[in-house]
Design a protein around this ligand. Structure first.
Ligand SMILES: *[C@@H]1O[C@H](CO)[C@@H](O)[C@H](O)[C@H]1NC(C)=O
Ligand SMILES: *[C@@H]1O[C@H](CO)[C@@H](O)[C@H](O)[C@H]1NC(C)=O
Ligand SMILES: *[C@@H]1O[C@H](CO)[C@@H](O)[C@H](O)[C@H]1NC(C)=O
Length: 401
């Protein structure tokens, strides 16, 4: 009886979410996105409730759900799939079977999940990496970096750096028959953050300069200084990714102290000594006019948070606060942004800053797009948009790697 009542209550909430919540008009596949959005909202609601009554932590319910769809390394007629370790960090390798003697390009894949969730073994990512390896006849390396909050900043960053430095050794590239002049790093969402930060680090290290030919950032998050960009305001309630959920999850990469997300929600989380960094993320200077609309720039409120978190002023967390001189040597860059995404403007601002210092950037913006589409190419809801994102980025790689 209790169970049935609970199910009925959840069904009613779900139905109400689906039908009554305001929803942007021009989203691709609107009903599917509505259902997905309602499922995520319900999960967030239940997670908040469970955390409140002390049953489990907010992130744990998302973690449980996201680990339901993990794959085993299964080779097929075209691709050998291997689970191994590079420098003690788990990686998934996708090695094309055809023309084994010929050198191949390589793509290093860094998955998304707000630094807290996800794995390169997630079914949708496995599909993507397998498909990429086959389509481009390329070696793909997926990195299973350590996740927060168990392993906070900079663990994920350091794991990615270790794996890539290990892979770039001549003997390793030779072993997998990788052409050392055709290596790309790619990541979606927080994987895009990591891609941007790792590429900055390598490119500014004389030992690794110019070893990476290209970087591809798919709807990346690129800064945590200002949580009130026009896209944060317009898409505060999603679809898919809400501003609150993003802040709650991403703050766990810095600390489990709840004071940080609470301050970040008010955009009052940065310390006094960060004032000079805001010029790098000033949307009023860097956002294309069309997207500024009627938004008014608000000066940051600083020094409200008593605890200080060095990560907040670190370009290994916010690649957008790198200086122009650190940006100007970056390799060929691809950035894909989606309109219905609180992280939209991070991508826009990075594009402007990179182009201002002469970096060659290709930008695809999907007007009907939502955040996370690449992850929704496997049940419970399948979005064609995920394949559209994939095809856009692969077309660019085919022409540029
Ligand atoms: C193997 O590659 C061929 C040609 O690209 C493709 O048609 C086929 O579907 C691939 N097989 C699998 C299992 O992906
Ligand atoms: C941001 O840009 C606006 C307009 O250019 C300017 O008025 C404001 O002072 C800038 N703020 C910061 C913190 O850079
Ligand atoms: C910060 O510190 C001040 C002075 O020590 C104190 O009055 C205030 O309550 C503290 N604020 C928070 C959010 O802990």
């Amino acid at each position: 009886m209790g169970y049935k009542t609970l199910c009925f209550a959840f069904s009613c909430i779900f139905f109400a979410y689906c039908v009554y919540l305001p929803f942007p008009e021009n989203v691709e596949e609107p009903w599917k996105v509505r259902i997905l959005d309602s499922l995520i909202r319900m999960t967030s609601l239940v997670a908040t409730l469970f955390e409140y009554i002390g049953l489990m932590k907010y992130e744990d319910i998302f973690l449980t759900l996201s680990s339901l769809h993990l794959t085993k390394p299964v080779s097929d007629e075209n691709i050998t799939v291997i689970d191994t370790k590079f420098s003690d960090i788990p990686v998934c390798l996708y090695l094309p079977k055809k023309k084994p003697k010929i050198q191949k390009p390589a793509i290093i894949f860094i998955h998304g999940g707000a630094f807290v969730l996800g794995s390169c073994k997630a079914a949708a990512y496995d599909d993507l990496n397998r498909w990429t390896a086959n389509k481009l006849d390329a070696v793909v390396v997926g990195i299973d970096y350590r996740l927060a909050p168990q392993y906070p900043f900079p663990a994920a960053f350091e794991d990615c750096v270790s794996v890539i430095k290990f892979f770039l050794q001549e003997k390793v590239l030779t072993k997998y028959r990788v052409d050392p002049t055709r290596i790309c790093i790619m990541g979606d969402s927080s994987g895009g953050t990591l891609t941007a930060t790792v590429t900055q680090l390598l490119q500014n290290d004389p030992k690794f300069k110019d070893r990476i030919k290209a970087q591809a950032l798919i709807y990346p998050g690129l800064q945590s200084l200002d949580t009130s960009l026009p896209s944060h305001r317009e898409y505060a309630h999603g679809p898919i990714l809400s501003r609150e959920m993003t802040i709650k999850l991403a703050c766990l990469y810095v600390t489990e102290d709840k004071a940080l997300p609470q301050a970040a929600l008010r955009n009052e989380h940065m310390p006094e000594e960060s004032r000079h960094l805001f010029k790098f993320v000033n949307w009023s200077d860097f956002l294309p006019e069309k997207y500024k609309k009627n938004h008014v720039y608000t000066e940051p409120v600083l020094g409200k948070l008593n605890a200080s978190y060095p990560a907040l002023v670190d370009s290994r967390l916010s690649p957008l606060i790198a200086s122009d001189s650190q940006l100007q040597s970056l390799p060929l860059t691809y950035i894909l942004t989606c309109e219905h995404d609180p992280l939209r403007d991070d991508g826009f601002i990075y594009i402007t800053r990179l182009r201002n210092v002469g970096v060659q950037v290709t930008h695809d913006h999907i007007e009907e797009g939502i955040h996370g589409a690449l992850s929704f190419t496997r049940g419970p809801v399948f979005l064609d948009l995920g394949l559209k994102v994939r095809d856009k980025y692969i077309t660019w790689l085919e022409e540029n790697l």
